[in-house]
Design a binder for this molecule. Structure first.
Ligand code: ZN
Length: 388
């Protein structure tokens, strides 16, 4: 029988090797190394969008300030619902990240447009090809786009859509000291307040008219939407009711509308109302074959089109890249129209982009300054921005 004599100590059980301070240090060091490698990889990928346009590495202090401002704005943001406004950018399965594809589009800006742009990933905010026109959509004769001469100041319009729900950011946008155009949704809890604030700041105000998206009804354009099932009388009634909320509005652009804007009779009905009221229209171009611009031209409605979506990727550096793309398109074509949204990151990016812009030969102008035909622009007088 195997027993130990009572005097001998019980056999020591061999424990599994315990973690020692030395071992912990090794694990910590390995984790730090792995994290560093990941951060470096992410930074390299962000910077590789376009080596010419990649932003200089910002000082950490500025980054931290942005992060703080964004967290603060998020903390005060009211949840949004019913207007199809995502607080984060989903990437559909099988699709590459939008930011990388935008870089590719950017380089292809001068190449012949593909007959079926692959850029329509999402409703409204995500059709990001820079205003490419297909063979079916000839360059409008009414919008000549001369290349900017060296030394010339080139105008860009920056329209911020979806205002009136996310109150703190909407107000922050309205207060920016630049000629940003405010596109305000009807029926938002802060819509009236933002319109009044924007007007007092000397901003140009337009109605951000909800229109039926292709994914309707699973994607909801929100209150005051125009739908393909409506006849021209219903379209007139809904549009007039929305416009009545914003006596300040001098124009309209579309919220969503990837379905409705391809419906020419519906667009004709919309443009008829705008023609009667002397309002202009900016096609947000949420559909590759939008009929809105042609319908506006047909009714004599002053018009413009979106070139660049600024903030499909909710990241300050990605948005700064898009703003630089906006500059480049403007220099190439003589002007450009960018559309952004009231994300805290967009506000932070604009805050960093706006100073020094004129030194680079770019000026932010209200949307009405870029209308076709040129002769329509004087109908919408420039207000003076409020002094800071
Ligand atoms: Zn919108």
């Amino acid at each position: 029988m195997a027993s130990h004599p009572p005097s001998s100590p019980p056999p020591r059980r061999r424990r599994p090797p315990a973690s020692t301070p030395r071992r912990d240090r090794w694990i910590a060091a390995a984790l730090v190394a792995a994290l560093t490698a990941l951060v470096a990889l992410a930074w390299w990928r962000a910077g590789s969008l376009d080596p010419l346009e990649a932003p200089a590495i910002p000082p950490l202090a500025q980054e931290s300030r942005d992060d703080l401002a964004i967290q603060e704005a998020r903390a005060h943001s009211t949840p949004r619902s019913g207007i199809g406004y995502a607080t984060s950018t989903p990437t559909p399965k099988g699709q590459s990240a939008p930011a990388r594809r935008m870089g590719a589009d950017e380089r292809k800006a001068d190449a012949p447009p593909s007959p079926t742009p692959a850029a329509i990933l999402y409703e409204e905010h995500f059709a990001d090809e820079p205003n490419q026109r297909t063979a079916k959509e000839p360059e409008p004769k009414t919008s000549p786009a001369p290349r900017a001469a060296p030394g010339e100041v080139v105008p860009v319009a920056v329209i911020i859509d979806d205002l009136g729900y996310n109150e703190p950011v909407s107000k922050g946008i309205a207060k920016l000291h630049a000629d940003i155009t405010l596109a305000i949704l009807p029926g938002g809890g802060a819509s009236r307040e933002v319109a009044s604030l924007g007007k007092s700041q000397g901003k140009e105000i337009i109605l951000h008219q909800p229109m039926e998206p292709a994914q309707y009804p699973s994607m909801n354009p929100g209150p005051g939407a125009l739908l393909t099932g409506m006849d021209s009388d219903a379209i007139r009634r809904v549009l007039n009711a929305n416009l009545a909320q914003f006596p300040e509005a001098v124009g309209v652009n579309n919220h969503m509308g990837s379905k409705l804007t391809t419906n020419r009779p519906a667009m004709d009905s919309v443009m008829q109302v705008l023609a009667e009221k002397g309002l202009f229209f900016v096609d947000s171009r949420t559909a590759a074959h939008s009929a809105a611009f042609a319908a506006a031209a047909n009714k004599g409605v002053p018009r413009a089109q979106r070139d660049i979506f600024l903030d499909n990727v909710h990241d300050v550096n990605a948005i700064l890249n898009q703003l630089r793309l906006l500059e480049r398109v403007a220099r190439d074509r003589g002007s450009a129209v960018g559309i952004g949204h009231p994300y805290p990151e967009t506000l932070a990016a604009l805050d960093r982009w706006l100073p020094g812009l004129e030194g680079r030969g770019i000026r932010v102008v209200r949307a009405s300054r870029l209308l076709a035909p040129d002769s329509a622009r004087a109908k919408y007088p420039a207000q003076r921005l409020a002094k800071r």
